[in-house]
Design a protein around this ligand. Structure first.
Ligand code: ADP
Length: 354
């Protein structure tokens, strides 16, 4: 009887998609026990899915509760390792490559890209940050990373900030030097960033894209499969028009738009605690709902956030009770969206590299 029950619990668990691959859980089911009226299950997830660990745990509990309503359900989520496989021709090892883009400059795209990378890293994922904004590289400034990259065994060694490898054109040309980029040069710079850089094995590579233009997006998508783009915008109507253009541009080059982030959403006055919607409110969320684009969250206007950006200490935002929940939510929502996407279209079983 108990054996039968255990088998049917395992069968039920196998119906749950793994948040990284979308395939039913199998080897990740580490143990199933039944004691009197209690079912205890231990399920492993990869570091890729750690931002949604608690959410996934609840999903497993709900699934087992529906299947075994007369039992008490205890679920533990533990670590499971699955190696990242080389992507495309360039061989970059990353499980997801996310382009963070905006219709125009100054909306906080780089701030959002760094925050997303830090949020994922804080949850336990392995993350890389690539500054593809060759016209105005701001990642060296925002992450407080200075210096020139070096080469080891013919591969560029990225600089590091808060445990995140970072690569930027700012580490390759002297600061303040103007570079005029033409098409082929852009392509070769992007190739250097992804092919010739030693990123290690990543769960997420977050790419800070240049505003507006589609050139880099095209170059990147020729080199490796981009998982998708996240569009950053501010609440004003004019900013939304640019964001809609950016969405159109990505769709045109067949890069999925994964979600929208609204930056500078509201301002909580430190003097009186009142919230002011300086640039308006709700437009981006409404547009996202209309166009069926997931809304990943909003970042308020915050003086400390700007100061920490200027000081290259953005990791400190995660210790700030006013800002941290907004940034953590964005990492959570992105991973949740990706998990929902693969649940609909599971990735192929990875073949062993010979
Ligand atoms: P973009 O990449 O779109 O050009 P940045 O991320 O470089 O924009 O941000 C531009 C400036 O605005 C930076 O000084 C940054 O610190 C500041 N900033 C961005 N978002 C916020 C915010 N939510 N609150 C306060 N300052 C912000």
């Amino acid at each position: 009887m108990s054996d039968e029950l255990i088998q049917s619990i395992q069968k039920s668990l196998k119906e749950i998609p793994d948040p990284e691959t979308g395939r039913g859980l199998s080897k990740q089911i580490k143990s199933v026990e039944v004691q009197d009226h209690t079912i205890k299950a231990d399920v492993g997830i990869t570091s890729f899915a750690l931002p949604i660990k608690a959410y996934f745990q609840q999903q497993v509990i709900d699934h087992l509760t529906t299947a075994f309503p007369d039992k008490r359900i205890l679920v533990e989520i533990s670590d499971y390792h699955r190696a990242a496989m080389p992507l495309g021709q360039v061989g970059l090892k990353a499980k997801a490559v996310i382009a963070v883009a905006a219709g125009k400059g100054g909306v906080g795209k780089s701030t959002a890209a760094v925050s997303l990378a830090l949020g994922l890293k804080k949850a336990g994922c392995s993350v890389g940050l690539l500054d593809a904004d060759v016209y105005g590289p701001s990642l060296p400034h925002l992450t407080g990373t200075r210096g020139q990259v070096t080469k080891v065994d013919n591969k560029i060694v990225p600089l590091q900030s808060a445990g995140i490898p970072i690569m930027s054109i700012g580490f390759m040309v002297p600061p303040g030097e103007a570079v005029i980029w033409r098409g082929p040069m852009l392509h070769s710079a992007v190739t250097t960033f992804v092919r010739d850089t030693d990123w290690g094995a990543l769960d997420y590579l977050i790419i800070d894209m240049p505003p507006g233009t589609g050139d880099i997006a095209l170059s990147l998508s020729q080199l490796l499969p981009l998982t998708g783009a996240v569009i950053v915008c501010t609440p004003q109507e004019v900013a939304l028009i640019d964001a809609i253009k950016a969405v159109g541009m990505f769709r045109k080059v067949k890069i999925p738009v994964l979600g929208l982030i609204e930056n500078m959403s509201s301002f909580i006055c430190p003097d009186n605690g009142k919230s002011y919607d300086i640039f308006g409110k709700g437009g981006a969320k409404e547009y996202a709902a209309q166009d069926k684009i997931p809304f990943l969250g909003e970042i308020p206007i915050n003086i400390q956030l700007r100061k920490r950006g200027d000081a290259g200490k953005m990791a400190e935002n995660f210790d700030d009770a006013e800002v941290a929940p907004h940034l953590e939510k964005i990492a959570f929502e992105l991973t949740k969206c990706l998990a929902e996407k693969v649940a609909k279209e599971p990735t192929q079983t990875q073949l062993p590299v010979l």
